[in-house]
Design a protein around this ligand. Structure first.
Ligand code: BDP
Length: 739
């Protein structure tokens, strides 16, 4: 009996892949399950010739060994002589073969981080070369080569030359020193400050490997809502320990600088950036940081926004503040990333008159304001006024990481100031920890958007990679979605957003589908059915979340504080521009925010070619309609429906898409390891329920204005509006304390 049981057990385990907890991310290196390919690879790879003369080459070699050993299920020997199937890896300084085989020019064209992977013949031997100008370039080449194998590419004739398009590719952790994570849905912070610097968690190393594998070369360890303590010696020593772990992987450490630090930890009476004692304090502080972290990257700063202190507290400008820090960092080659996410108490006033007066806590009247316009208004006048080592970091959209936003009008408006992109990987407004939303389509929509800054084709990708305005320094940041959950991102598909961010930061020409394809093959399987099905789910998921949360250009209608779930009715917050009603303007006539010349005229911040596309409510792409127009409930839509009917249709479409995603996923049961399969299945079920919740709550609320019925054929809400309004989630995650 026992025997029979075991027999079945073995058959079963052969059919179902072993349970995986997701810790290994896309670096699983499971044995190639395609026999022919395994033969091809094995004949092409007999061993490696790889001198690990530096810390970076050492980790690169180790990775290659681990990877090949897993994928080919055999030990990979070191080879002193080149034989058939050798992989020769290194730089001209580490490898005599490479120095003899490559022209200087060919390698120097790769810059500091690019690499070449090439199959070649050497004395009649078939070999594969992985080379670069620098050690870290070799590391990136190794990871790319392993990616080729993991995604089952033919490696018989490779000639890959890859150079990153953007220089600074950075993860921003919104992690507090007490290990809460602002907008984090994946457990607590991975940085265990209490145990650092003495305890080095294996996770730090694996974090560095994962980042290096996708080309991420910087990490901001701390929250933008900063704590000055991180700049004290006790914490600098801890940050230095992390920097030591990350250094071989080409990853620099950055910290957030609290503008009031000179007061809080320096004992000064002011933080005025034009005050000599303040300037001197920062200079000394920066010098001290470099003693601990010789390759410290620099500062990320949130100033004069959401209560954070900044130069405006002293009547100074963003440029004054950023330049003071830049001057302190410049001798060490550090940079300042100064955020343009600003909407301070002095809410921008405009002459247009369309909003009622609401009084903010600081007794300033907010009249006719549009938060949309504030970043542009505050930063554009300072174009060209920042030091060379300052980047202004701009969120992709003008408001705040919504499921869909038009691009920020700052892109293209500051030709003399390097602008870096800030995307949010953590899904604050995209279903948080439990919704499957693949963000690459969102990132691509923004990167491919045409600003017309010079002429047609002035895409945001080309602005941030410096090719349009010749920025001498370029950058892109993603607000991390990583925590100490075993699988790093809580939702297994959160990993895809981390992965996609890195891949796009390296090469923004990749498509969302290509990246999904790579990620699925490395994370799940190369099985065609699995790849096709998951790819379809991923690509559809972004439009799904837009539809069940904020279709047709609705935005910022989520609940207060934690931002979990719908709250379009919220109208009682201290600041007008925190209230959803401020953003949708629903009334008996219609809905939407008039940002044309008859309203806030935010449209005027774009180039004419762009505003021309969006200024007419009858011509605008409907996905942006309510971002820019206040239109009647009877407004005729392209489908022939009126606006109310279209809104109902879109909300239902969102719900239907999630159900379709569930159905597709269920079909993969026998192809995915049980643990991951069940996890995703349960999360999709939560997503399904919450999509219904969003649809019901929003339609019932908007119906109080449209006064029209939900058309026949659509599901009807299962509760009354008051029920949805009464839901409270005092402990929803992500609201992190600022510590
Ligand atoms: C908003 C978040 C808030 C952040 C802020 C920021 O709700 O927690 O501190 O952005 O980017 O999206 O500074």
């Amino acid at each position: 009996m026992k025997r029979i049981f075991f027999f079945f057990y073995f058959i079963l385990s052969a059919l179902i892949a072993t349970a995986e907890d997701g810790y290994n991310l896309w670096l699983r290196y499971n044995k190639i399950d395609n026999g022919n390919l395994l033969l091809q690879y094995s004949s092409r790879i007999s061993g490696i010739q790889f001198n690990n003369t530096t810390a970076t080459l050492k980790v690169a070699k180790e990775e290659l060994e681990i990877g090949l050993q897993g994928l080919l299920a055999k030990k990979i020997p070191d080879q002193i002589n080149i034989v058939n199937g050798s992989i020769v890896a290194g730089t001209p300084s580490s490898s005599a073969f490479i120095s003899a085989s490559f022209k200087n020019k060919e390698l120097s064209d790769l810059g500091k981080e690019g690499f070449i992977i090439r199959t070649a013949k050497s004395n009649q031997k078939n070999i594969t070369i992985i080379t670069a100008n620098t050690d870290v370039g070799v590391l990136y080449g190794v990871f790319h080569f392993l990616r080729l194998l993991q995604t089952h590419q033919n490696i018989q004739q490779l000639n890959i030359i890859s150079v990153p398009k953007i220089q600074n590719r950075i993860l921003d952790h919104w992690d507090n020193l007490n290990r809460t994570v602002e907008r984090g849905y994946s457990g607590i912070s991975i940085w265990n400050w209490h145990e650092l610097p003495d305890y080095i968690d294996q996770r730090y190393i694996d974090y560095a490997r994962a980042n290096a594998s996708i080309g991420i070369n910087g990490t901001v360890l701390t929250n933008v809502n900063a704590n000055a303590l991180v700049l004290t010696k006790d914490y600098l020593v801890k940050a230095a320990a992390l920097a030591n772990v990350f250094r071989p992987y080409g990853i620099k450490v950055y910290l957030t600088a609290k503008f009031s630090a000179p007061l809080e930890i320096g004992g000064l009476k002011t933080a005025d950036p034009l005050d000599a004692s303040v300037q001197n304090w920062w200079k000394q502080k920066v010098d001290e940081i470099y003693q601990y972290i010789p390759d410290f990257g620099g500062f990320l700063v949130k100033a004069n926004s959401e209560g954070q202190p900044g130069p405006q507290n002293y009547g100074r400008t963003h440029a004054d503040g950023a330049n003071m820090l830049a001057d302190a960092l410049a001798p060490h080659n550090g940079i300042v990333m100064w955020r343009a996410f600003v909407y301070d108490v002095r809410v921008q006033k405009s002459t247009e008159n369309f909003d009622s007066s609401i009084t903010d806590p600081n007794a300033q009247t907010i009249a006719s304001a549009d938060r949309f316009k504030q970043a542009y208004n505050e930063f554009k006048p300072f174009d060209g006024k920042f030091r060379k080592n300052v980047l202004v970091q701009v969120k992709n959209g003008p408001i705040d990481f919504q499921p869909r936003e038009p691009f920020s009008p700052l892109f293209g408006a500051m030709p003399q100031t390097p602008l870096m992109m800030e995307f949010q990987l953590t899904q604050e407004y995209l279903g948080q920890g439990t919704h499957l939303v693949y963000e690459a389509p969102l990132f691509k929509e923004v990167l491919d958007a045409d600003t017309y800054t010079n002429a047609k084709g002035s895409t945001i990708a080309k602005i941030i990679d410096g090719s349009i305005d010749n920025y001498s320094i370029t950058g892109i940041a993603g607000v991390a979605n990583i925590g100490n959950e075993r699988n790093w991102t809580n939702h297994p598909f959160g990993q895809a957003n981390w992965y996609a961010f890195g891949r796009l930061a390296w090469d923004h020409d990749l498509t969302a589908a290509q990246i999904a394809d790579e990620w699925i093959k490395q994370t799940f399987s190369n099985n065609k059915q699995v790849v096709n099905t998951i790819e379809k789910i991923m690509i559809a998921s972004r439009e799904a979340v837009v539809n069940y949360m904020t279709p047709l250009g609705l935005h910022h209608i989520m609940a207060t504080g934690h931002h979990y779930g719908p709250g379009p009715w919220v109208d009682n917050l201290a600041r007008a521009d925190w209230n959803p009603v401020y953003y949708h303007h629903a009334d008996l006539f219609g809905i939407g925010f008039d940002r044309t010349a008859t309203g806030s005229n935010a449209l005027a911040q774009y180039k004419k070619e762009v505003s021309d596309q969006w200024k007419d409510s009858n011509n605008i792409e409907e996905k942006y309609l309510l971002w820019f127009h206040h239109v009647s409930w009877n407004h005729k839509m392209n489908s022939g429906k009126n606006l109310w009917g279209e809104l109902c249709a879109k909300y239902q479409e969102g719900v239907d898409s999630v159900r379709w995603m569930q159905h597709q996923w269920n079909g993969l049961k026998n192809f995915i390891d049980e643990e991951k399969f069940q996890q995703v299945k349960m999360f999709l079920s939560i997503q399904g329920k919450e999509a219904v919740w969003w649809r019901n709550a929003c339609l019932l609320y908007f119906q109080t204005f449209s006064k029209m019925p939900i058309p026949a054929g659509y599901e009807k809400p299962d509760h009354i509006l008051e029920y949805y309004e009464s839901l409270k989630f005092p402990y929803a995650p992500g609201n992190g304390g600022n510590n």
